[in-house]
Design a binder for this molecule. Structure first.
Ligand code: GUN
Length: 290
């Protein structure tokens, strides 16, 4: 078997064009132009690349963007100050603070300081709680993008066994909640496995949909995949030669799986697309409240 490739780049282009059309219509009708503030602290190369990608996508879709690049020795108080200003800035509908942050800054404090109605990353405890209680508002962009990838590629989740490898607040936990929620892209039977799970290979092999978000290059091998399963690779790892590679051994697993997302060109572009989706929605929520 040769797996169908789940092309995140192509789907992201389609969805970003849909978002750009919605922005143009909103602005033509006198509504607000969605605005995203993106904050990077320090000079981590990978973070700089991700933030640049997000800003460029915003600009292509007709959003206003407000990039902030702060020095690595920025204090927590200074960052909180900036967030406070952006919380009350009417042209800014969404605020993104790129993670990880330097060690002098407590990430949970920062995540909690962004107003929940501007938390387009979906990281604030209020937004995570809304998702957990079945009333999602802003959902974390990577799991939301994966759900869209499944839906738009007609990969049935209803009644399927989905296994999520990884239990982070950003990917694993919200992914599990989305897959078990009611409706399209949900209604799955979900297992969350992680580095401490006993017999992880057997758990993975029982999956109809396998989502790898463990952060270890080539962790998922062909013997861990049920023939015909859909395999989604969330990993972004660098080999010793600097090559970008996922959590899945793509070459071998694509001979067994029914569908597989590549790295790069799979989940990454969908994450950016969902950030635009959330920011457009934030601009509309703001409109209804004003
Ligand atoms: N670091 C890794 N992924 C993300 C993300 O989706 N948003 C933010 N803000 N930081 C990240």
């Amino acid at each position: 078997m040769t797996a169908r490739i789940l092309d995140g780049r192509a789907l992201a282009l389609t969805m970003q064009a849909e978002i750009a059309a919605a922005v143009a219509e909103q602005v033509n009708c006198g509504g607000p132009r969605p605005g995203l503030a993106a904050i990077q602290v320090g000079d981590n190369d990978a973070s700089a690349r991700y933030v640049r990608g997000k800003i460029e996508a915003c600009e292509r879709a007709g959003f206003a963007s407000f990039p902030y690049r702060l020095p690595a020795d920025t204090t927590e108080a200074q960052l909180l100050n900036l967030i406070e200003r952006l919380n009350s800035e009417p042209h800014v509908h969404g605020i993104l603070v790129q993670l990880p942050l330097p060690c002098q800054i407590n990430e949970q404090t920062i995540i909690g300081a962004v107003w929940p109605i501007k938390d387009v990353d979906g990281f604030h405890p209020t937004n995570q709680g809304l998702l957990a209680s079945g009333n999602p508002r802003f959902v974390a962009c990577t799991p939301l993008g994966i759900q869209q990838m499944l839906v738009r590629n007609c990969i049935a989740t209803e009644g399927a066994h989905a296994v999520v490898i990884g239990r982070s607040n950003i990917v694993g936990k919200p992914m599990a909640l989305l897959l078990m929620s009611k409706g399209p892209g949900g209604d799955a039977t979900v297992t969350v496995a992680h580095s401490k799970s006993r017999d992880l290979a057997a758990i993975a092999r029982s999956a109809d949909i396998l989502i790898a978000a463990i952060g270890r290059a080539h962790f998922v091998t062909a013997d861990m995949v049920k023939p015909g399963a859909a395999v989604i690779d969330v990993g972004i790892n660098r080999t010793s030669k600097g090559k970008l590679t996922g959590d899945v051994d793509f070459h071998e697993v694509s001979k067994v799986a029914g569908a597989i997302s590549p790295v790069p060109g799979g989940v990454g572009p969908m994450t950016i697309t969902m950030l635009l989706h959330n920011t457009l929605r934030a601009s509309q929520i703001g409109q209804r409240q004003s």
